[in-house]
Design a protein around this ligand. Structure first.
Ligand code: PEP
Ligand code: MN
Length: 337
């Protein structure tokens, strides 16, 4: 629904001709009597964009009144989306997914998974297919990495979150993943979003490096339109002026998202800050700000990690953080796990 405002003094015939033009374009236009001519228009079968309507003679401004994220919007599910992954209740309790950036070898992954389990983590995260900025960086073990994730899950019973990069990989990755991750760099890969939404697994959708709230929610809408209702939004920092931090963690987006959408909201302080020393404070802050979950990079030996070692917590650091997160969650009326 849009409100079209005309310039003061626009002749009546010009407004009438705009109404006829809008009707021809498939919109339903309703005139509102006011000091300046106003039209309330409903998008019916019309595909024409609001920006184009601004080109009609006499039009001053076109304002959208209802958000375009119809399925992701709060009104679609006022109670909020919650769903189960095994015994975990996503969207209800605060959950922690932890693990390496990239699945390296089976032993390292198993060591990590055991440490995550023992410290009280709920999911094992780790990429078998990695988006890497440099083509010379380690891109993951692919199918072998998926097999290692399955073995780690069998041994620890931690459900697995892993990334899918390409629409052609979705089926294979979904066979292993309990939650399919769409990375920040893929947030607007629309064919991937559509395919991920057909895989029958929940989707964790990371925010693009420079994506607005609107672009992010419309990306989620693509997944929802494919039929998958279990979508998690994950804030992971956006590009800012910071040199002290890899990205800028936008915690201010959390309360706004809560108003706009019923989808669960997670936060990834590891990729947002890029520094292990900054991660615990931002993880606590995220839970205090209302996050429903955290994605944390943990590696048994960060100095030897093949990817993102600078931001990985060691097992002892992770173990020390979990009780703090439990306390913060309790302070804001939530429960961890
Ligand atoms: C990740 O979580 O493994 C990752 C690559 O993060 P992002 O897509 O947010 O950069
Ligand atoms: Mn990483």
């Amino acid at each position: 629904m849009y409100l079209i405002t005309f310039r003061p003094g626009t002749p009546r015939e010009e407004v009438e001709s705009a109404v006829s033009a809008l009707t021809r374009l498939g919109f339903e236009a309703q005139r509102i009597e006011a000091e300046v001519p106003l039209l309330l228009i409903r998008r019916d079968s019309g595909w024409v964009e609001a920006g184009s309507l601004g080109r009609l003679p006499g039009v001053l401004e076109v304002v959208r009144l209802a958000p375009e994220w119809r399925l992701a919007g709060r009104d679609a599910k006022p109670g909020g989306t919650t769903f189960r992954v095994r015994e975990l209740e996503v969207g209800k309790t605060v959950l922690i997914a932890a693990g390496p950036c990239v699945v390296e070898d089976e032993k390292t992954l198993l060591d990590t998974a055991r440490a995550v389990r023992q410290a009280g983590g709920h999911f094992l995260r780790g990429g078998a297919f990695k988006p890497r900025t440099s083509p010379y960086a380690f891109h993951g073990e692919g199918a072998e990495g998926l097999a290692a994730l399955r073995r780690a899950r069998d041994e620890t019973s931690l459900p697995v979150i892993t990334e899918c990069l390409d629409p052609r990989q979705v089926e294979a990755v979904a066979e292993t993943a309990d939650i399919l991750q769409i990375g920040a760099r893929s947030m607007q890969n629309f064919p991937l979003l559509r395919e991920a939404g057909r895989a029958g697994k929940p989707v964790l959708l990371k925010r693009g490096l420079g994506a607005t709230l609107e672009e992010w929610l419309l990306a989620a809408e693509h997944v929802l339109l494919s039929g998958e209702e279990r979508v998690i939004l994950c804030e992971r920092g956006v590009r800012g002026i910071a040199e002290h931090s890899r990205f800028t963690l936008d915690l201010a987006v959390l309360p706004r998202l809560r108003e706009e959408t019923h989808l669960p909201i997670w936060v990834d302080p590891s990729h947002a800050t890029g520094r292990a020393a900054s991660v615990p404070a931002m993880a606590r802050a995220a839970v205090a700000a209302g996050a429903d979950g955290l994605l944390l990079e943990v590696h048994p030996d960060p100095a030897a990690a093949l990817s993102d070692g600078a931001q990985a917590l060691g097992p002892a650091e992770f173990q020390a953080l979990v009780p703090q997160l439990r306390a913060v969650a309790a302070a804001v009326g939530r429960t961890l796990g």
